[in-house]
Design a protein around this ligand. Structure first.
Ligand code: APR
Length: 307
């Protein structure tokens, strides 16, 4: 049985664990620094197994990384979440320190794993994990676009009164205010969304997608976690089962899109090798400009981190 470890058994980590357990593809280890929390959540989850019909194990560990040994995928969600009014970038330095220490512990136990990052600011923390781990870039990937595209898809489905299952959206760029929803590659059962909704409505949905995280923080005082957890589970399954799924995710660019030495959201092929391919797709003028703006912002932030 494959093994997926999740560092940070908080809201996102635990949601990812539950969605992944229900996919029944890998044993799951939850790790946190809080006494009892990962073991308690793990026990609660396996007690759902007879009801939800899954057979994988879920176990918890506090501070001890030895159960992480041999993991195929390690998901890092540990960090401080955003508070109302706080941008993801405010979290930069604190979470960079947490990601550094966690990555070092993970690498010591699972030197061959694929690192799947979630801690915000996502694109910067993914870069940080790549640097600290010393892994080749294909083995370090960030979850961003799956969630952002899911939000975009949902809002399109809602506007059209159709099933969200029929909407495929594309959101590129950084996982923050500069993200780039790409209507050009958003379709409803193959029909371009641009043929189904007027530009003003698409613009409104794009903006709501950019503000999607903040909208939830403002409603309930903490970041959302179900959709992020589901997105992590989808990506972990793609790796463990070598599904070679094409999805937007944060990957290291080495010249693609004219950009170099930064992690940012682009379409990738995700399989057992991690980021197996980065697709350099044609973008219209507006999306291209937005992607460049997003990249410039993250380049600046990387300097703040000392890179
Ligand atoms: N090692 C392991 N776990 C840690 C560490 C650490 N060094 N530091 C913090 N944690 C744990 C916390 O104890 C907590 O259980 O990380 C968990 C984070 O969970 P939540 O506070 O519920 O936050 P969550 O909503 O899950 O968000 C996780 O995603 O959106 C980002 O910025 C957000 O970085 C945050 C991450």
């Amino acid at each position: 049985m494959a093994k997926v470890s999740i560092i940070g058994a908080g809201n996102v980590g635990a949601s990812a664990a539950l969605f992944l357990a229900q996919r029944d593809v890998a044993d799951i280890i939850l790790v946190d620094i809080v006494d009892g929390l990962p073991a308690g959540k793990a026990l609660d989850m396996v007690q759902a197994a007879p009801v939800q019909s899954f057979s994988v194990s879920v176990t918890g560990s506090t501070k001890d990384y030895s159960p992480v040994a041999g993991s195929d995928v390690v998901i890092i969600t540990s960090g401080l979440p955003r508070k109302p009014g706080m941008t993801r970038e405010d979290l930069l330095k604190t979470n960079a320190g947490i990601v550094k220490s966690v990555t070092e512990s993970v690498v010591s136990q699972a030197p061959d794993c694929i690192l799947l990052m979630l801690t915000n600011p996502l694109d910067l923390m993914t870069y940080q994990a790549w640097k600290v781990s010393g892994f080749p870039a294909n083995r370090v990937v960030g979850q961003s676009g799956v969630l952002d595209s899911a939000r975009f898809s949902y809002f399109v489905a809602e506007a059209l009164g159709v099933s969200p299952a029929d909407v495929t959206a594309m959101v590129l760029g950084g996982h923050g205010d500069t993200m780039v929803p790409v209507p050009q590659y958003t379709t409803v059962s193959g029909i371009p969304v641009t043929q189904l909704l007027p530009k003003e409505k698409i613009d409104e949905i794009s903006q709501r997608t950019r503000d999607g995280g903040a909208e939830i923080v403002n409603l309930m005082g903490v970041s959302g976690y179900y959709a992020a957890g589901a997105s992590l589970a989808k990506m972990a399954e793609a790796i463990v089962r070598d599904q070679k799924r094409i999805l937007p995710a944060s990957a290291l660019l080495t010249g693609q899109y004219g950009l170099d030495d930064l992690y940012i959201g682009v379409p990738i092929k995700l399989g057992a090798g991690g980021v197996e391919e980065i697709y350099e797709i044609e973008l219209d003028e507006e999306s291209r400009t937005e992607l460049n703006k997003s990249a410039a912002f993250y380049k600046e932030q990387l300097q703040v981190l000392g890179y």
